[in-house]
Design a binder for this molecule. Sequence first.
Ligand code: AHM
Ligand code: MG
Length: 317
Amino acid sequence: MTRWVLSQQQHVTEATGDLTLLLSAIQFGCKFVASKVKQAGLINLLGLAGKANVQGEDVKKLDVLANDIFRNALIASGKACLLVSEEDDNAMVIKDPEQRGKYIVTFDPLDGSSNIDCGVSIGTIFGIFKVDDSNNPSEKDLIRSGRDLIAAGYCMYGSYCEMILSVGNGVNGFTLDPAIGEFIMTHPNITMPSRGKIYSVNEGNYKYFDEPCKKYVDQVKQKYSARYVGSMVSDVHRTLLYGGIFGYPADAKSKRGKLRILYEVFPMAYLVEQAGGKASTGTQNALDIVPEHIHDRSGVWLGSKEDVEELESFYKQ
Ligand code: AHM
Ligand code: MG
């Protein structure tokens, strides 16, 4: 993966190698977390950490550990100026000029918390923005649309450990070879089918859905199979590879949706678009959202282009 990232940077005239170093820190974090996820049941890392995050959700021990791992790895890279994590109330500003770089990293260190304790696939999601002036980074630098992302990816800790990455010219997948500790390119140039055969949504929320959403789900289930892991990384990974549609819509219970814009919706929307798919709130392209606060949420549907356009047609009606 490092060799591939370096080869991509050779085509960018002003490239300094900073992004390569930042991505190396993320790779390191993913390898570290992958190892701890595998051992979790053996070294007392399952269960609750005994606190709630700023969003009022229970935090698991592995959430806390993964957050520490990524925060430390990103600070040590010297290439970030601002870090936004699902687990931290506020954005972390890197104040030391010696350790400060030009990138903002938004991340969910361990997504799919409800699946941690039963060994179901979970993952890390990240998005990378660049700032013009890294001297005074602040949360205001994140009041911008997802169109400004310069890279995004996720790492899935599943039956295999896979890193999916885009630096703005397509999507590639790298599988961790545990024997040598390296991510090896196994899924070059991932391209989504224009239509799939799977829909993926938490239908336990059906009673809260708005009318267009209910009508869409009613009709899609007549023709498609249902799959819902409940870990966004796994549901998106399957959707990227097999096609179809995944959604977590805003509804009467979660008025602004559940998934967080900066470190769940944007990175996944970016990857799906880079792979030829589409991401939408139902009425707006997901990458065009502009968050007001770092932990803002949005409803989202993403997947094969024609499937997402079909969903949107119900909102147009
Ligand atoms: P988390 O960041 O606390 O793990 O929550 C996000 C997860 C996503 O991975 C997944 O798509 C969604 O929450 C599942 O929610 P639900 O259990 O309501 O279906
Ligand atoms: Mg999450």
